[in-house]
Design a protein around this ligand. Sequence first.
Ligand code: FEO
Length: 395
Amino acid sequence: MNVREIAPNIYWVGVVDWDARYFHGHALSTHRGTTYNAYLIVDEKIALVDTVYTPATQKLLDNIRKIIDPAKIDYIISNHSEVDHSGALPALMDLAPNAQIYCTKKGAEFLEAQFHRGWEYKIVKSFDELSLGKRTLTFIEAPMLHWPDSMFTYIKEDAILMPNDAFGQHYASSGRFDDEVDVDEMMEEASKYYANILTPFSSLVAKKLKEVADLGLPIKMICPSHGVMFRANPGLILEAYQRWSTQPAEDMVVIAYDTMWGSTRLMAEAIASGVDEAGVRYKLFHIPVTDRNDIITAIQAAKAVAIGSPTVNRSILATVSPLLEDLAGLKVKGKKALAFGSDGWGGGAVAAINGYLDKAGMERISDGAAMRWKPDAAAREELKQLGRQLAESVK
Ligand code: FEO
């Protein structure tokens, strides 16, 4: 991948990872790969903003060498210490031992805990500035967006915001900018990224957006650490974050289930039929054949959710647990919810699902629908009624 000069003497020197299909171990699917963005600013002093994931180190070094000798780097700005942005730091510090690492207090703690190199860290706080000569970097702490150490770097003279993970997308592409890619595809990835990573921090996202808006900083370009950079329309991603962080959702119901011998599937279909009769859109997902992160993204966009599982060992099927664990952990709150499931001789699944829905902060419309064996016509009518009720609750 070629380096790109994104503004005079400011270069994208990152790495595109077309192969990445999972992130955070195997917790997050990345169907369209990802990028690790790093930015080199060449001024009287030379600064590198963030590095890349360890396996991509050589490509980063090759890219930097197309512009300057890495030994000449004066400052390395570590906006976030997670290894997908700090993995190349040891190699860079070996090449440029006099480079100073700028990061938050937590950043220093986390970098040291991961690399044990005894580097000296220059700790920065919000609105501290670093002059590179003609350019000035301003730092803005952004704790829990999405780690305690996170911060943004703003280049004053160019009005460029480098917010690291915020506004990112796991999206490999030949284009580096928003006007060089399929915008719908890019925003689909941005939405999935938000739903699966930033949802629990929505109130902090809203607060930070307001704080940045109140500062009145002009923003000509947003250069996140993953995916494409926004130069044609930075407002697009800012408005999307505004929307997602206040968690409004569409008049839509997501029904997600697994089934053992088809009974819970019949229940899901009957609920869907009721939602349909009420004139509300719905999406029906069979959990084991659908990517979990895609289901979470759909749930994040919907006002109501129904989750179903048959009872096994007095609880839910193991295939349903990861989705419920994620929903509870992500605090996908404020949605109307319904649990359902079939059992043969002793229930347990519906109560277990209810526990997760409560933990997520959802509003259950009932104690759920637990049914024995295969639902007959009368039972399916009851389920349709619950589907109608769920649909009416989102109107
Ligand atoms: Fe939190 Fe892209 O790492």
